[in-house]
Design a protein around this ligand. Structure first.
Ligand code: SF4
Length: 251
């Protein structure tokens, strides 16, 4: 069960938002850990923002559960940076796999690349490989830390530092919400943080391999995600309202 009720959450998010401005990344995370009791979860996809946050969590020795979604569709380069990160910091990153029966049922129904047929099919795939594991990761948690930045896309423009996530009933904290990509890249280089080699090949935002491509110079950061869809469909469902996928009972 979540440690915070609605009133406590509102007070907490107000306090965190008011105090975050002058703090650097490690101090933001230290403040969050001190302010919020109970289980705190950081979900990483090993993108460059997440690597900066992981560095701060690990070097400060913060008691924050670091979790990733092992969708079974990740790039080999992503698995490499996962292993490099564990080696560098001596901390384990917990991988959550999708439910096997659900995957078999969906692939049996839609085909191995069925997610390219329609937005609904794609959301169904993201629902079982990411959204359902996210629910498991956050069960009983008080807070959820993410690597969202407000200038990544129009959908993320309203990203704040701390807010209440009513779906998971946790305080959601985006410690890089006001950072630019350039600032994140500089942080990672300055601190020698391991990062995904695909970033050097034009992949700005990295998700599952079949759903991510490199972007051209000047293209928006998230253009390479689900590029065959309309521009406004650049989220997997973890950060917005999302229909739960259920296995087809006929399969
Ligand atoms: S990003 Fe693609 S492969 Fe990964 S869960 Fe979503 S639709 Fe499926």
């Amino acid at each position: 069960m979540s440690q915070l009720d609605d009133r406590n959450s509102t007070t907490m998010t107000t306090r965190l938002n008011e105090g975050c401005g002058p703090l650097d990344l490690p101090k933001r995370l230290i403040t969050v850990r001190r302010a919020i009791s109970g289980h705190i979860v950081f979900t990483t996809s090993f993108g460059i923002e997440d690597q900066a946050i992981a560095h701060a969590i690990f070097t400060e020795g913060l008691e924050i559960d670091v979790v990733t979604f092992d969708t079974a569709r990740l790039f080999a380069e992503t698995l490499e940076v996962w292993a490099d990160t564990e080696r560098r910091y001596g901390r384990q990153i917990r991988g959550l796999s999708p439910n096997r029966e659900s995957v078999e049922s969906l692939v049996g129904r839609d085909g191995v690349y069925g997610f390219r047929r329609s937005i609904e099919a794609r959301l169904a795939c993201c629902a079982l490989r990411k959204v359902e594991p996210l629910g498991r990761a956050l069960a009983g948690a008080s807070a959820w830390i993410c690597g969202l930045r407000a200038d990544q896309s129009p959908e993320r423009a309203q990203t704040s530092y701390a807010c209440f996530d009513p779906r998971h009933r946790v305080v959601k904290v985006n410690p890089l919400f006001d950072w630019t990509r350039g600032r994140v890249v500089a942080f990672v280089h300055d601190h020698g943080v391991p990062y995904n080699a695909l970033h050097d090949r034009g992949f700005l935002s990295i998700g599952c391999a079949p759903c991510t491509r490199a972007v051209g110079r000047g293209e928006p950061e998230r253009t390479g995600r689900w590029w065959w869809e309309q521009e406004e469909k650049t989220e997997c469902g973890c950060h917005a309202g999302h229909p739960a996928w259920r296995p087809n009972p006929a399969q």
